[in-house]
Design a protein around this ligand. Structure first.
Ligand code: ATP
Ligand code: MG
Length: 406
């Protein structure tokens, strides 16, 4: 049986009364962009959902792409029919017969959204179910726990029949909840934090600190690859800001005691990022910090580090266990890249025992001892190089085609 449409159902945004039309507009743009390569696809917007009319195209690759987009809670490939009862019955029977695994029990769940249709939902369950039973002797009805549910959705413009509801990524359409900068390292956590932020509708630009020549081109390429992967999910090119951090890092290493070096570096990173955020019209900073994971991610450490910035610090994976983070990394196809060996500018000078409880007064004193720190921060902002990156080719994101979300 050929599916001729896919119905997309919206998630979170159904609760947002006022913003609704803006979200729906963004959603349509986003879907159109994601399907730009397919000719002849058309769309029909209705309350809380969007119908994608497939034209000549097979539903499968299109459904796989659409279920990665944010703001869609679920989708169903459907067969459409006119309002004529015999046509609906014949379509229902053909759909049931085409299932790859023939069920032993089934039920019909009709929903009459268009009230002028002559039969009630209940009547339709019997009219359609009876027809299928008459033509499929081995099939039985089980209304409580059917192996297969056939849905018949009666709308004013037509009737949609479907057997499958595929879970999609959920959240909000890209860019409908403001813009933030993502601190992107080459590790496992920050790309996951980025994906979760995208899913909540944040527009993102990525910021990466490098200590060239101490960190290599390989390390940079890895971050470029991760940023590209994130842009696959937003469906739009992503900016990556590459910040030269060598001078600041060297100065901090010379000025501070060993155990405070990470604290000091993180504070300078935040200050620079905040300026980049202001320059680029962003209002928050997203990081991949996870409580207790390393010394700089204890609550006292995060307190002292966070005081260097005034902007909201958004930490999507803060309460997640590493295994949970890895599961998402695997699902979104960043894990394999993240575990490639690389030198991060922070691991380079990693002290033997970084402080888990840094003293704010001492940290501030060390910073005050560096009269040219301010000039160095400004120079780092000035020396930042920005690249505009597009998503990896679909073949490279096979993992994104996996079936279930966690
Ligand atoms: P990740 O797996 O994301 O690297 P991590 O557990 O290794 O995280 P840290 O290295 O302590 O943690 O870094 C904490 C957060 O600081 C990262 O998640 C990232 O948001 C940010 N960060 C660390 N290093 C850099 C860097 N070189 N450039 C940009 N951001 C960084
Ligand atoms: Mg790291």
């Amino acid at each position: 049986m050929r599916y001729d449409q896919i119905i997309l159902r919206y998630g979170d945004l159904t609760v947002k009364g006022k913003n609704r039309s803006r979200f729906e507009r963004r959603m349509l743009e986003q879907v159109k962009r994601a399907l730009a390569g397919y000719e002849g696809i058309t769309f029909h917007k209705s309350f809380g959902r969007l119908n994608v009319k497939l034209g000549i195209h097979d539903y499968k690759p299109i459904a796989d792409r659409l279920k990665e987009l944010f703001g869609i809670v679920s989708l169903s490939p459907v067969v459409s029919s006119g309002h004529d009862l015999e046509e609906i019955r014949a379509t229902a029977l053909a759909l049931m017969n085409s299932l790859s695994v023939a069920p032993e029990t089934f039920k019909v769940s009709a929903k009459r959204a268009w009230k002028k249709f002559p039969h009630t939902s209940q009547e339709m369950n019997h009219l359609v179910g009876g027809h299928i039973l008459r033509h499929t002797p081995e099939l039985r009805v089980d209304v409580r726990n059917p192996q297969q549910e056939l849905r018949v959705d009666i709308q004013e413009e037509g009737v949609y029949l479907f057997c499958e509801t595929i879970q999609a990524a959920g959240g909000f359409p890209y860019g409908t909840n403001g813009k933030a900068l993502l601190l992107l390292s080459g590790g496992i956590d920050s790309p996951v934090a980025g994906w979760l932020a995208l899913r909540k509708g944040l527009e993102l630009e990525a910021v990466h600190f490098h200590s060239y020549p101490f960190t290599s081109d390989k390390a940079k390429e890895k971050v470029v690859e991760l940023a590209r992967r994130l842009s696959y999910f937003s469906g739009e090119p992503i900016k990556l800001h590459l910040v030269p951090f060598t001078d600041i890092q060297t100065a901090l290493v010379q000025a501070g005691s060993d155990n405070l070096i990470i604290t000091l570096m993180r504070r300078s990173m935040l200050r620079i990022t905040e300026r980049l955020a202001e320059q680029n019209g962003a209002q928050g900073i997203v990081t991949g910090e996870s409580l207790g994971q390393v010394a700089s991610q204890t609550l006292p450490s995060m307190d002292v580090i966070g005081r260097a910035a005034r902007m909201p610090l958004i930490k999507p994976v803060i309460m997640m266990d590493k295994q949970e983070i890895i599961k998402i990394a695997d699902r979104i196809g960043t894990f394999e890249t993240s575990i490639l060996p690389y030198e991060d500018c922070c691991t380079l000078f990693l002290p033997k025992s970084p402080s888990t409880n840094p003293n704010l007064r001492i940290v501030e004193k060390v910073e005050a001892m560096l009269p040219n720190l301010e000039a160095m921060l400004a120079a780092a902002v000035e020396g930042t190089e920005t690249q505009l990156l597009s998503s990896a080719a679909p073949s490279a994101v096979e993992s994104a085609g996996k079936d279930s979300w966690f």
